[in-house]
Design a protein around this ligand. Structure first.
Ligand code: NAD
Length: 426
């Protein structure tokens, strides 16, 4: 179930329905296309992840969700203009049945939206109503399990305050209709209260507050956040580990983006942009660790801009100028011009987060799922624990978690035993 049936969510739903009908392939989804090595390299065991771990099958997935607009998923997907009308028409019947339920919303958190499909009442009432929506959906569709993935708009920037520190304070604040509880927190609270995993695709705090961590532990529920790692940040977490691995210095990294979808419209408000900026900024610092490498990264100037530019629609264009230096301090430059499709990159992430969160729940893994950092721009970690943003380490962690779940040996890539065996054989 998805709060926010916009570009990402409709691209996800249409994609799954198209794959179910054999019209397309789930490219970009690690759960569907990725393989995992098991055992020693000499064993040649390299199954697909979906054949190795018992994740839900596509044919068993049904979608539901909420939005502040009334458009069904077919209409919303046509408006988002991410996928071709030809493809959407081939799955029109499957998409039209997904009609958004009334949203738990507060205009202050996304000022650029004109909301028409919203619930009324206090925050406590809204949480009760969302829980009832989930129960009704589950019963109507005969589902054995539910997962929530937030694909709603980025909320304005806010920091955790005293009402977010404990579950008791949070529940009192719900009753008091405290404005510091954001709409996304209402969905997250409702899901966790029912023991339903919640993953956050946007940069707002949502489950990244002590009260939610406490609730997740209490109801033994997995949580993951935050912000789908697509586009420019994806490229950063691929490239920066390579530069750091070669001990090349970086003096500056200027990143700018233009995008014209509804996400871009919401981010055009400075308060909403700040939430995104904070989520994107941490990545390089975590990978380069300037305090430990002052000669290489101590002066790194990192600047990020996003501009709303309607003609580009969902086809985001980003430019990066990276000023690096090498042997004896000699300067070099790297330029990246990525003509990406935001929702095409985000949809498989939302899918994988849903499938893996559900798997985690069945594997009795509750609380923060750091192994899902691979998918996230600003990974949630235990308090005081620095996040890991290097995509290759994140992948290793994810794969080792799957091996651990299934009782397979963890892979360290040490490999000395191959040579020991060789020596003994000689
Ligand atoms: N597309 C990407 O590559 C990408 C990457 C990282 C993060 N994200 C985040 O994912 C989210 C979705 O992106 P998108 O491109 O689909 O945006 P979008 O604007 O197309 O869709 C978001 C939808 O959420 C709805 N919404 C807002 N508040 C809501 C609420 N309280 N309850 C229910 N619905 C609500 C909006 O009406 C809108 O239809 C955004 O927060 C975005 O920042 C997207």
């Amino acid at each position: 179930m998805i709060p926010g049936l916009g570009a990402v969510a409709t691209t996800l739903i249409a994609g799954v329905e198209a794959v179910k009908k054999g019209l397309s392939q789930p490219i970009g989804s690690l759960t569907q296309m990725g393989h995992i090595r098991l055992g020693k390299r000499t064993e040649n065991r390299y199954p697909k992840i979906k054949d190795f771990v018992p994740i839900a099958d596509f044919k068993d997935i049904v979608f539901g969700g909420w939005d502040v607009y009334e458009d069904n998923v077919y209409e919303a997907a046509m408006k988002a203009k991410v996928l071709e009308p030809g493809l959407l028409n081939a799955i029109k019947a499957e998409l039209e049945v997904v009609v958004p339920m009334k949203a738990a919303f507060d205009q202050n958190y996304a000022k650029n939206l004109v909301a028409t499909n919203v619930k009324t009442g206090t925050r406590y009432d809204l949480a009760q109503a969302v829980m009832q929506d989930i129960k009704n959906f589950k019963q109507k569709n005969n589902c054995s399990r539910i997962v929530l993935v937030w694909c709603g708009s980025t909320e304005i920037y806010y920091e955790a305050s005293e009402i977010h520190q404990t579950l008791a304070a949070f529940e009192q604040a719900l009753i008091d209709d405290d404005k510091r509880i954001s709409p996304s927190m209402i969905y997250a609270y409702s899901a966790l209260k029912l023991g339903i995993p919640f993953a956050n695709g946007a940069p707002n705090l949502t489950v990244d507050i002590p009260a939610m961590i406490e609730l997740a532990k209490l109801t033994e529920t997995p949580i993951a956040g935050k912000d789908f790692k697509t586009g420019q940040t994806l490229m950063k977490t691929i490239l920066a580990p390579g530069l750091a691995a070669r001990s090349l210095g970086v003096k500056g990294w200027f990143s700018t983006n233009i995008l014209g979808n509804r996400d871009g419209l919401v981010l055009d408000d400075p308060d909403n942009f700040k939430t995104k900026e904070v989520s994107k900024l941490g990545v390089l610092e975590d990978i380069f660790k300037p305090h430990e490498n002052p000669e290489l990264y101590g002066d790194l100037y990192h600047k990020i801009r996003i501009d709303y530019y309607p003609p580009h629609g969902d086809n985001k264009e980003s430019w990066d100028n990276i000023d690096i230096f090498g042997w004896l301090g000699y300067k070099m430059q790297i330029k990246i011009n990525f003509l990406c499709r935001d929702s095409i990159l985000a949809a498989p992430i939302a899918l994988d987060l849903a499938l893996f969160s559900d798997l985690a729940k069945r594997a009795q893994m509750s609380g923060i799922q750091e192994w899902l950092s691979f998918y996230l721009k600003s990974p949630q970690t235990a308090p005081g624990l620095a996040p890991e943003n290097d995509i290759f380490k994140q992948l290793m962690k994810l794969q080792n978690t799957l091996r651990h779940m299934m009782g397979e040996d963890l892979i360290t890539h040490l490999g000395l035993d191959y040579y020991q065996d060789l020596v003994e054989a000689m």
